[in-house]
Design a protein around this ligand. Structure first.
Ligand code: SF4
Length: 136
């Protein structure tokens, strides 16, 4: 199987842009991922932090990532997000162009997708989880 993709990658040349945050703070998933280049990344970094308004995917680096918890358990970040957001899986999955290779979907299935569309990288992950916990 091809390497799974981390759906919470930084913006870097070669990363796949697969989602864009809309005005309500939710991610709109692109029909097809766009592989970004150096020019895109440099231009995007001149504005608001790109990882806080776009979603990028790139190869899951497993032990090279602080969220990796081992072959048996995988990515700890998606576990934290699902626990914090606590949304149930929906019968119909949102269309997402990277699903076939998504690490989070591979681990948590439709539950990962149900908790995915308010997530942007860095501080927003903590904020989204904290906000969801407060409204429970
Ligand atoms: S968790 Fe689901 S919606 Fe989110 S990136 Fe992975 S496949 Fe797409």
């Amino acid at each position: 199987m091809a390497t799974l993709l981390c759906p919470s990658s930084i913006a870097k040349p070669g990363a796949k842009l697969f989602g864009v945050q809309n005005a309500s703070g939710h991610i709109e998933y692109l029909d097809e991922p766009i592989i970004v280049d150096k020019t895109f990344v440099e231009t995007a970094r001149q504005g608001r932090v790109p990882e806080e308004r776009f979603r990028f995917a790139s190869n899951c680096i497993k032990t090279g990532c602080g969220h990796w918890t081992g072959e048996g358990t995988g990515c700890g970040l998606v576990v934290r997000i699902v626990d914090g957001m606590n949304r149930k899986a929906e019968a119909t999955l949102v269309a997402c162009a990277i699903r076939e290779r998504c690490r989070w979907f591979h681990q948590q299935g439709a539950t990962a997708c149900a908790n995915c569309d308010e997530i942007v990288r860095n501080v927003r992950i903590g904020e989204a989880i904290a906000g969801a916990s407060q409204t429970k």
